[in-house]
Ligand binder design. Sequence first.
Ligand code: FAD
Ligand code: 2HG
Ligand code: ZN
Length: 491
Amino acid sequence: YTSESYPSLKRDPKYSEISSEHVEFFKGILGGDTAVLDGVTRDAGDDLEGYNSDWMRKYRGHTRLVVKPKSTEEVSKVLEYCNDNMLAVVPQGGNSGLVGGSVPVFDEIVISTRRMNNIRSFDEVSGTLVVDAGCILEVVDNFLAGKNHIFPLDLGAKGSCHIGGNVATNAGGLRLLRYGSLHGNVLGIEAVLPDGTIVDDLSKLRKNNTGYDLKQLFIGGEGTIGLITAVSVVCPQRPKAINVAYFGVESFEKVQQAYIEAKSQLSEILSAFELMDGLSQDYVHQVTGNKRPLEGRHPFYCLVETSGSNTEHDNEKLEHFLESVMGSEIVSDGVLAQDETQVRSLWGWREGISEAIGHFGGTYKYDLSIPLPELYSLVEETRKRLASAGLVGDDDSHPCVGVVGYGHMGDSNLHLNVLVRRYAREVEQALEPWVYEWIKKRNGSISAEHGLGVAKKAYIGYSRSETMIRLMKQIKDLYDPKGIMNPYKYI
Ligand code: FAD
Ligand code: 2HG
Ligand code: ZN
């Protein structure tokens, strides 16, 4: 049978359907009751909905079974049994992914990491943290705050996403500019392969040049070759001083000049340089009702954060930066956060965009790496394209509400979001593959940080060569010869 969310996909009959015998096996090893979300869940009515449906309510699967192992050994038993019985599975963390990768397409079993949530160890000298995959990012960061350290990743979904999910998507987030990617910060991984093999590569070493670095395959692998059960991560000292400036800019040309100035004047203390266009801030204002940080309206806004060890020194530097860019008319107006509450509230204007724009219905999301000089042209061209197709307008007869652009300017990463009243074929057809062709022409990436999942499955060829795709398929076949791990997704 086919799925209404994925009209072009058909359930592969090679996978078994779940039987009561399977459920009995899982109950035997995990415990739990069919009616309770505990260990094994089956037909638990509404409770399954949260596992079947993604954050955007765009992708929906039909799983009948969610298993929640508590340990690596339990994951190993579950996967081995699934592999022997041709039962397809989807690893799921906080289910905050934005490409439909974390939910089943048909009736794949969801393996949730929810109950694997122990902080295993932390070494204050090296900053090395070892955690179970199901730990929530914010919980881990709060734990680290008590130890004067910080997790080297932060993002808007921190209250729900799991560390395992972050690593599986190689999430980038708000401070990649400062702390770098998880490919560098993750020191070790413990994972389970589909046949139940436990891969114990939970190294705590910064340096280890002993052959292929296989853990990297799990980082950003999106659950297609194995299930990550634990990770060790190197965490920096928590900065003593965090300062934030928020400012309005009249053109994208000037945004680029402001970025050059920020790098040059703030250098070692710069920890984020984020971009928000005027429309994105209008929507945040409209939905939250919060007072705007600046009077008047500007076509672009930037949020600059510094993280350092001396509040006075950092404050002075940021103040001087703002004065200088305003003096040279690069920036029209700006404000500095005076305390922690203001830091949080200014960040809200950036971090709150995804949630605010979700209030209008749905969103077509494009998460793109684009050479900086052309980063914003795509937003303008998309607006023109949808307008000339008659798809965007103020009333219900138009599917599109508007087009916003924002993102991690410091990483050349644009989030192009098309807000719709309802998901509609004609909008998708106007945007895809046009957006991907646009990206390919500029040698960009069709997924900077969210991954491919099912959303970009058909488009990987716009960013990867045939040779690269063939090598990826060979790796998939080697690790998951029966193809039970997260099927129907990008590989
Ligand atoms: P899930 O959504 O549960 O899963 C994501 C993928 O990883 C799926 O393919 C799943 O099968 C796989 N997976 C999950 N756990 C495991 C595991 N233990 N082993 C193997 N595979 C696994 N992303 C960014 O990069 N930067 C951002 O700034 C950012 N901001 C966001 C803000 C909001 C409000 C939201 C909703 C999302 C945002 N994201 C961002 C998307 C981001 O990918 C996720 O938030 C996060 O990294 C996914 O973690 P998760 O635990 O929710 O994973
Ligand atoms: C962000 O940077 C996230 O806010 C989400 O990556 C982007 O919702 C999006 O498109
Ligand atoms: Zn992002």
